[in-house]
Ligand binder design. Structure first.
Ligand code: A2P
Length: 274
């Protein structure tokens, strides 16, 4: 193995030119949660605007034609930096390298944000349910830190299901910090509820959100009324299997999928699904 190859492997910044039409931003912080999950923050271009819940295409300047992948922006639209929450896929074309980034490194971002997990795609309602598995919590990390969410809804219920307890740490810290944040606490008050379950260990073993909706335990645990399409709105982000099952549960309860062009009672993001 020659040393040049090793160097390129460890340092995403190389001599490759920045492709046209993309922002080149600087990493400001990286936090690893487990051997499968990490988050990072980077500078935000002054001209870059997005709606909380949208995603962008992210890449690294480590090839002539860099690999880009869809990443939800986890930070709210008012934040002066951008935050992302990522999985580490062994041998994954992007995450294999992205997981090694450090403050000071460069990350590429395409200029146009997009996505359906936005307040604009939902009709007005009283309660907002945000159902996620794994890194599917990322767009909701943005939505629950947006004051507009609390102006539009009386209650916001975030759920996250992961395999392991340690994978729930990002969400736990997110909710705790959001409630404690000087700016946000004024809007959030006691409106934000969080339900987390690890399906493969601990007390919540086997508690998929789908089962918790069906057997009513989700609502019992939180002390709230069951789902009602008259008053409730929902966003879903997770694996394909989870999306399908939660969609079916919502459909059977009278919810209707909406879109930016046609707001309705729930929205789904399919951009991240394999
Ligand atoms: P489980 O441990 O019972 O498979 P994954 O890493 O496979 O995407 O799973 C992330 C989380 O989503 C896990 O807690 C997993 O539960 C759960 N999950 C997987 N498939 C579904 C589904 N169809 N409905 C609800 N939750 C699901």
């Amino acid at each position: 193995m020659n040393s040049l190859a090793v160097d390129t492997e460890q340092k995403p910044d190389t001599q490759f030119p920045i492709p046209a039409g993309v922002f080149a931003e600087t990493v400001t912080a990286v936090k690893h949660y487990t051997d499968r999950l990490f988050s990072f923050r980077m500078t935000r271009p002054q001209s870059f605007r997005f709606r909380s819940g949208e995603f962008v295409m992210i890449g690294l300047p480590n090839a002539e034609k860099p690999v880009f992948r869809a990443y939800s922006i986890a930070s709210p639209s008012w934040d002066e930096e951008l935050e992302f929450f990522s999985i580490k896929v062994p041998g994954g074309p992007l995450t294999e390298h992205l997981q090694k980034i450090q403050p000071g490194d460069t990350v590429l971002m395409r200029k146009k944000p997009t996505g359906t997990l936005v307040l604009d795609a939902l009709k007005p309602g009283k309660r907002l349910f945000l159902f996620s598995t794994g890194t599917g919590i990322a767009p909701f990390a943005s939505v629950i830190r947006d004051p507009e969410t609390y102006e539009k809804f009386e209650q916001v219920i975030l759920t996250q299901t992961c395999r392991q307890l340690a994978e729930l740490e990002y969400g736990r810290q997110l909710v705790e910090n959001t409630k404690a944040d000087e700016l946000m606490s004024e809007f959030v008050g006691d409106k934000l509820l969080f339900h987390a379950s690890a399906t493969r260990e601990g007390e919540t073993r086997g508690h998929r959100v789908t089962a918790l909706i069906e057997n009513g335990k989700l609502f019992e645990d939180l002390g709230i009324a069951p789902l009602d399409p008259e008053t409730d709105r929902a966003m879903i982000c997770g694996s394909m299997a989870m999306l399908k099952e939660v969609e079916a549960l919502l459909d059977s309860r009278g919810f209707v999928e909406g879109a930016n062009s046609k707001p309705d009672t729930y929205v789904v993001e399919r951009a991240f699904v394999d």
